[in-house]
Design a protein around this ligand. Structure first.
Ligand SMILES: NC(=O)c1ccc[n+]([C@@H]2O[C@H](COP(=O)([O-])OP(=O)(O)OC[C@H]3O[C@@H](n4cnc5c(N)ncnc54)[C@H](O)[C@@H]3O)[C@@H](O)[C@H]2O)c1
Ligand SMILES: [Zn+2]
Length: 372
């Protein structure tokens, strides 16, 4: 399926959620079609606000502005603090004020133009602004393109924890341009690839093979290689979102592969560790547990390790006190008793299982890997 006026290499994928369905358009250069796509999907919209930050190179912002203006849209551009700083209650309140000043009403659209942080903030504000207005996601990091820009989870942080103030709110349209990823710092690209390898291990052997064989092209930000892994990632997560939109039935839970220990390590590093770097470390721990339970072959576990290392992940255990790590993991997963739920791989590209694991086994595994 191809919309008129799009570059020829665009791939369009539908997320089927009844009245909340939308299309994700993936391709190199497609940011220049954003205005056209908004007019087609949201014909009632005349005014929109682009939410972005100084971290997004000005040339990208100008390309988006050009596309919106040539489609006849009135736009305002609002800059919010860069990175995780954007995800606060205070910034959300300030943003509502700026959108009111621009004159947005319920027939307007907010366009999130940034990584996962801006997407989560702008999505949350779109959900609450006058009880909800249209949201368009134009993700500019690989992590946001493969994960955070669709699926409907939006949130800001509270001093007591991450993502504690939020809403499920689906975008009306996602425009995912891999050309924009050429300016991403290396560590941000790597972070996104952590989620890509995750998708390969839990659901798609061919995607895994791509990360295994094409690591160099991916880390060189080759737009064609990146489009391929974005398309395959969206196919996997999109299907799980369709089956379990609000993360209630357990279907969507396998996306948490690598996140149990990974998220705790990320928190303990005070977010010095990028999200996907934590996920990569967490996948290694989960695979080791699978191995000791006989759920996964040594060969598959080694393939995962080699692939992560060859892409550029540092898999050495970070400095982290073992007991604190256990504590943070328990708190993070709201675990009760002396087990913690893990997503355990059963092979490369095979459905994982979710299982409560005893603290003793987790501790032994971590010690065996050199933690503590
Ligand atoms: N809603 C979800 O389903 C979901 C899923 C996963 C992660 N998240 C959230 O996503 C956030 C992390 O997102 P992220 O990894 O994209 O980080 P980020 O949004 O903090 O962006 C990382 C950095 O990259 C810069 N940047 C962005 N695009 C750029 C470009 N094209 N060129 C150069 N620099 C660019 C940004 O300015 C920022 O400094 C976290 O808050 C996490 O909780 C949400
Ligand atoms: Zn993640």
């Amino acid at each position: 399926m191809e919309a008129p006026g799009l570059p020829s290499s665009v791939h369009s994928m539908d997320i089927d959620l009844g009245a909340r369905s939308y299309t994700i358009h993936v391709g190199n250069g497609i940011v220049n079609s954003t205005g056209h796509l908004i007019r087609e999907r949201l014909p009632e919209v005349r005014t929109s606000a682009v939410v972005t930050s100084d971290g997004i190179p000005e040339a990208h912002v100008e390309a988006l502005r050009g596309s919106l203006e040539s489609a006849g849209l009135n736009i305002g551009i609002v800059k919010v603090p860069d990175g995780e700083e954007a995800k606060s209650w205070e910034v959300a309140g300030d943003l509502v004020g700026e959108l009111l000043d621009i004159g947005l009403d319920r027939r307007s659209a907010v366009i999130a133009f940034g990584g996962g942080a801006i997407g989560d903030l702008a999505g949350f504000v779109a959900a609450i602004y006058m009880r909800g207005m249209s949201l368009v996601q134009v993700p500019t990091t690989l992590l946001a393109q493969v994960d955070s820009s669709y699926g409907g989870k939006t949130a800001v942080n509270h001093p007591k924890g991450k993502n504690l103030i939020g809403a499920f709110y689906q975008p009306s349209l996602v425009v995912s341009d891999q050309g924009i990823l050429g300016t991403l710092p290396r560590r941000e690209l790597l972070s996104g690839l952590g989620e890509v390898v995750k998708h390969g291990v839990i659901a798609d052997p061919e995607l895994f093979r791509l990360t295994e064989a094409e690591g160099e092209r991916l880390m060189d930000a080759d737009p064609d290689a990146l489009s391929e892994v974005v398309i395959r990632s969206v196919a996997i997560k999109g299907r799980l979102v369709e089956e379990d939109e609000r993360d209630e039935t357990g279907v969507r839970a396998i996306l948490n592969y690598g996140h149990t220990v990974g998220h705790a390590l990320e928190t303990m590093s005070d977010h010095e560790l990028r999200h996907g770097e934590g996920v990569a470390l967490g996948m290694e721990v989960a695979a080791r547990i699978s191995l000791s339970l006989g759920l996964m072959t040594k060969q598959d576990a080694e393939r995962q390790t080699k692939t992560l290392e060859s892409i550029g992940f540092d898999l050495n255990p970070p400095e982290a006190d073992l007991m604190t790590l256990m504590e943070v993991t328990h708190r993070d997963k709201k675990a009760v008793g002396d087990t913690i739920n893990f997503v355990l791989p059963t092979g490369i590209g095979k459905s994982p299982i979710v299982k409560g694991i005893q603290d003793d086994l987790i501790l032994d595994t971590l010690k065996g890997m050199g933690y503590g």
